[in-house]
Design a protein around this ligand. Structure first.
Ligand code: 26Y
Length: 801
């Protein structure tokens, strides 16, 4: 959009006055943020209105991306950038003497997700809008987001994330669009006067889902899509005294808080309520919207694509069936055909413990009509497939089995497309986790490698680098990220390489300032910034990274005179509150940091910074400053990873196992520009099949490793007698489930290589450049375009080069 700076400042002054009845000079950053947000929302309102109007006029097919998590990050700068008014607004506020950065950082960062899956959903929202694709988000407006992490005596403590305390300036509450979601009670089918069987409900707990819409602004294309988040409320029309306190609490609880687990499907009933709640509300609103312009269900799958982001929204399948059967008198076969044609499913994990199942008794009691439908899906599946694939295979893969509703199987059976998120991951789904279903539905399986929103992770997070890129190759890469590739022409341009280094140092200064001010740790900006930012999980092996730190520490202590290349090791990681082992690793790393950072003999050769409360906003600060991107999961366990892509596009070199999308990153940037090591997925599966992994062998044959592991239990690292023992035992007593010891030697070797290579500035910057230049293919724009073409059959406007 076009915006004149003077007009903007006038509008802003008036907005502050109108909202708060004060002058700008008396307003706080928070008030300035709210006023600015209101104003931007108003500037964008015609785009938002016209976007939905255009889609309706064109009768465009719509995608609905269902996700129980969204991690959009702060929206102010992103909206300004995408509207094309970032500089105007920044300059205007600057002239008013206001601190733009301070205003932006007073926006709460909505933590409506745990990690990769939630952030992926947000990147895809950004890309759909930027491609001009009719894409909608559908999720939950949690009253409290993912907990705020603080460290007390090195232990993780979880505090509530009261992100809505001052309201959310970007949302619009649309109470008139509310519908009803039914839980519990009894249901039976009754013949109606018109001869149709329809369900009659008795004693149900009804919940009112109220939608809050957030505009998702596309990049320089006048498109604003909608992310719809549902909040659970008491139905107003009913006699409120009818609801006893327990029922009221049950309703309030549904959207009260995000479950802080990202790998452990605990089977809690509230979680199932959340899942049905937003699935049902979403599907109801889709069907209602569809019937505004259509007279029969016939066109449904040609006009609507529903995407199931991991299994959490799988109940959209029986819910759409319910609506088609019970409310539109659709015969089963037709309803099923429409449903399968509408649905598609992405799997994000091969970890067994993350696969959702629900005890049938719980499921049936909470969702009686949905259960009947799942039972019928199960019955027909068995009837159709048993003659072809045999009872054994069908038993193993049916939606109902072992007293459980198996969500992943239901999702595959009820969708026309099933995708993994990186080539290796998709292959493992076919070979392992979903192998039997792959035999039955081979044509449904496909890969869609993850991508990241390069607008947020490069253009916004790293403005200095983006400007440098512009100065060399112009601005078209901002629309077509693959064009960053042309930057590689400058790999021998010393001046450019120096500037690349200067940008990195500038970003390191910003981070160092934060670390000093917030954590009281002084770090050098000429050190290697070695970064591992992701959820804390045993398979991601923060422990392996810690072993290297201990090695470096002991080396400095043993050889005080030796020249070392200074390093700062960064961690950002939340642990699920109930994940005991992960919390022990946090405590251990904090204790190690305490030891290293305060040991005079270490000076500033080595520092360890565990940044508390890692999330999108801290990612934006840390990633542009990174030299090394630690992607060291046990091969086969990380479905894709996305921090690997964010770090790459900001010029970090990957220190990586051949896992997830690391494989594709290495291929794109060239093996010589990354540091790869460790067991391959085949090696890991080999150990599984033979059952001959013996951690002790690696321990016995490596004295250095022995010494390092001793520090967990001999008091070298103070204050971890329990945690140290637990970690030590996990490796040696319980045989090191994630092959840390097997990969140790090669990992250390690569770390040493890194230190050496870092001293040759030119070569280092060339490698960094190779990473930046090759990162364009990991833009979510391409990923989403492929979803649109292959899975959703939804067109988009932007011609991507
Ligand atoms: C069932 C419940 C406990 C659950 C909740 C959240 C299960 C899984 C999750 C989230 C999983 C997740 O974030 N997976 C990550 O998805 C990213 C996007 O595809 C991948 O890049 C990453 O490798 C994967 O771990």
């Amino acid at each position: 959009m076009k915006l004149d700076e003077t007009k903007f400042t006038m509008d802003f002054i008036n907005e502050v006055k109108a909202t708060y009845a004060i002058d700008v000079k008396d307003s706080s950053p928070l008030e300035q943020l709210m006023a600015l947000g209101n104003l931007i929302k108003r500037y964008d309102s015609s785009n938002w209105k016209n976007t939905s109007k255009n889609y309706r006029q064109k009768d465009a097919k719509q995608v609905y991306y269902f996700s129980i998590e969204f991690l959009p990050g702060r929206l102010m700068k992103s909206n300004l950038l995408n509207l094309g008014i970032l500089d105007t607004v920044r300059d205007g506020l600057d002239k008013l003497g206001l601190d733009f950065e301070k205003i932006c950082s007073s926006e709460p960062d909505p933590g409506l997700g745990n990690g990769g899956l939630g952030r992926l959903a947000a990147c895809y929202m950004d890309s759909m809008a930027s491609l001009g694709m009719a894409g909608n988000g559908n999720g939950i407006r949690y009253r409290y987001g993912l907990f705020k992490q603080v460290f007390m005596n090195g232990y993780q403590v979880e505090l509530p994330d009261d992100w809505l305390r001052n309201g959310n300036v970007w949302e619009i509450r649309r109470e008139n669009r509310a519908c009803l979601v039914r839980f519990g009670g009894h249901v039976w089918l009754q013949k109606q006067a018109d001869g149709h069987l329809r369900p009659v409900y008795d004693h149900t707990d009804d919940v009112l889902p109220v939608p809050y819409d957030v505009g998702i602004v596309g990049y320089h294309n006048d498109v604003t899509n909608t992310m719809r988040l549902w909040s659970a409320e008491l139905p107003p029309s009913a006699d409120q005294t009818f609801y006893n306190q327990a029922q009221r609490d049950r309703i309030d609880q549904i959207t009260e808080v995000l479950y802080p687990d990202d790998s452990n499907a605990a089977g809690r009933s509230l979680r199932l309520r959340q899942e049905y709640f937003f699935s049902s509300a979403g599907v109801q609103s889709i069907v209602r919207h569809y019937f505004l312009d259509h007279l029969s269900v016939n066109e449904f799958a040609r006009k609507v694509a529903i995407h199931i982001n991991d299994t959490h929204p799988t109940l959209v399948i029986p819910e759409l069936m319910r609506i088609l059967l019970d409310e539109y008198d659709c015969p089963w076969d037709k309803a099923w055909q429409l449903t399968v044609a509408t649905m598609s499913y992405t799997n994000h994990t091969i970890m067994q413990e993350a696969l959702e199942t629900w005890p049938i008794d719980m499921f049936k009691g909470m969702l009686p009509r949905i259960y009947e439908i799942v039972e019928e899906i199960d019955r027909r599946y068995r009837e159709e497939k048993t003659p072809i694939f045999g009872e054994n295979t069908v038993d193993k893969t049916a939606p109902l089995g072992n007293g459980q509703v198996r969500m992943a199987y239901l999702a595959v059976i009820g969708s026309h497309s099933v995708n993994g998120v990186a080539p290796l991951h998709t292959e493992l789904l076919k070979k392992d986790v979903l192998q039997d279903l792959y035999r039955i539905y081979p044509e449904r399986f496909n890969n869609k490698t993850n991508g990241i929103a390069s607008r947020r992770w490069l253009q916004l997070a790293n403005e200095p680098l983006s400007n440098l890129i512009d100065s060399k190759i112009g601005e078209t890469w901002r629309y077509n990220p693959k064009q960053i590739q042309t930057l590689s022409a400058f790999k021998d341009d010393d001046d450019f390489l120096n500037k690349l280094e200067a940008v990195k140092i500038e970003n390191k200064k910003q981070l160092a300032k934060y670390v000093d001010e917030e954590l009281g740790i002084k770090i050098r900006t000429d050190a290697i910034y070695d970064v591992q930012i992701k959820r804390l999980h045993a398979y991601k092996r923060q422990l392996l990274h810690a072993l290297e730190i201990i090695r470096e520490y002991l080396d400095i202590k043993d050889h005080p005179k030796k020249d070392v290349i200074p390093r700062v090791h960064f961690f950002g990681a939340k642990a699920a509150p109930s994940y005991h082992y992960a919390k022990s690793v946090i405590k251990m790393i904090n204790a190690l940091a305490e030891l290293v950072n305060n040991d005079k003999a270490v000076e500033d050769k080595l520092k360890v910074v565990f940044v508390p409360n890692y999330g999108v906003s801290l990612g934006e600060l840390i990633i542009p400053a990174a030299d090394i991107s630690e992607q060291i999961s046990t091969a086969s366990k990380e479905a894709s990873g996305t921090s690997n892509m964010k770090l790459m596009t900001n010029g970090a070199l990957s220190l990586a196992t051949m896992d997830g999308a690391n494989i594709d990153i290495v291929q794109a940037a060239g093996k010589e520009n990354e540091y790869t090591f460790g067991l391959t997925a085949d090696d890991v599966y080999g150990y599984y099949h033979r059952g001959d992994y013996h951690a002790a062998q690696f321990y016995d044959s490596n004295p250095e490793l022995q010494r390092i592991l001793e520090t967990f239990v001999d008091g070298t690292i103070p204050g971890i007698s329990t945690e140290g023992r637990e970690i030590y035992d996990s490796l040696l007593r319980y045989n090191d489930e994630y092959f840390v010891l097997a990969d140790y030697a090669e990992y250390v070797q690569k770390q040493k290589q890194i230190s050496q290579d870092f001293t040759d500035k030119k070569v280092w910057e060339q490698k960094s450049l190779a990473n930046i230049a090759a990162s364009g293919t990991f833009s979510a724009d391409y990923a989403v375009a492929r979803y649109g073409e292959d899975i959703w059959q939804v067109p988009y406007d932007r011609v991507l080069k």
